[in-house]
Design a protein around this ligand. Structure first.
Ligand SMILES: [Zn+2]
Length: 257
């Protein structure tokens, strides 16, 4: 599932391929992906404009235009952004911006869980997980009784961390995913912030969150790639979670996996 690294990759595609191109037509016929907009509403707002900037906060992307409103993109569970130069459409293309030169920027999404919206409100999200400063991270993340894994996946706390990135960053930090967030000390929070950033950078460089060092071992016979201990599994914050009981600590009460 797309997390911050995949969203950053999509943002970079737009920045590299689509800025400055003038929009000639918009395919906004998918009323589910484009909700709450009616068919033609996004087209009417954007045709004639050009994209000027591509920003991202967490998993949310916002494209500014020179003459119209901003356009928000969210990749959902399986979406990606592609530039199609020959005008050929794909059956999984749920939304498209066709430019005057004939190229199309498409949201290609097999699951149809991505979103496209005018004037997206990114302020509902916490600070970007790859950009958040140390002081803000300590204040946002290091409180409450929720498990630390659930806390860092809460997009209002920090934005961009999903299930795989959370497991990877906690394993790198040698922190149990089940520790209450408020029980972490300042040093532990600083390590966690650093490791979220490092795991994110690695994922961007290697091509996605699935390339994490722990991720390949998240399976029933999986062992810790650092110490060889069999990994443990439980449901944390409603998501399947894997961790090393030796490196990260074993909780007393396990919720059912
Ligand atoms: Zn280990």
């Amino acid at each position: 599932m797309p997390e911050l690294p995949e969203a950053e990759r999509a943002r970079a595609v737009v920045e590299r391929e689509a800025l400055g191109r003038r929009i000639a037509a918009v395919d906004d016929a998918d009323t589910w992906v484009c909700r709450p907009h009616a068919p033609g509403e996004i087209a009417a707002a954007l045709v004639g404009s050009a994209l000027t900037t591509a920003e991202r906060r967490g998993k949310a992307i916002r494209l500014q235009t020179d003459a119209g409103p901003a356009l928000g993109l969210h990749l959902g569970m399986a979406g990606r952004v592609v530039l199609v130069s020959d005008g050929a459409s794909h059956r999984w293309d749920r939304f498209g911006l066709r430019f005057e030169d004939g190229a199309t920027l498409a949201l290609r999404d097999s699951r149809r869980l991505g979103r496209v919206v005018l004037e997206p409100d990114l302020e509902v999200l916490g600070p970007d997980a790859a950009e958040v400063g140390r002081t803000r991270f300590r204040a946002q993340v290091g409180r409450g009784r929720a498990p630390i894994k659930a806390r860092i996946m809460d997009q209002r706390t920090i934005a961009g961390v999903g299930n795989l990135l959370a497991d990877e960053a906690l394993w790198r930090s040698r922190l149990s995913p089940l520790r209450p967030a408020g029980s972490l000390g300042t040093d532990e929070l600083d390590v966690l912030r650093r490791e979220i950033r490092a795991a994110t950078r690695n994922a961007i460089r290697r091509g996605g969150v699935h390339t994490g060092d722990l991720v390949a071992h998240r399976r029933p016979d999986g062992r810790c790639p650092r110490c060889g201990t069999p990994l443990m599994r439980a449901a944390v914050g409603g998501r399947t979670t894997w961790w090393c009981p030796s490196c990260q600590g074993e909780p007393v009460d396990l919720p059912p996996a």
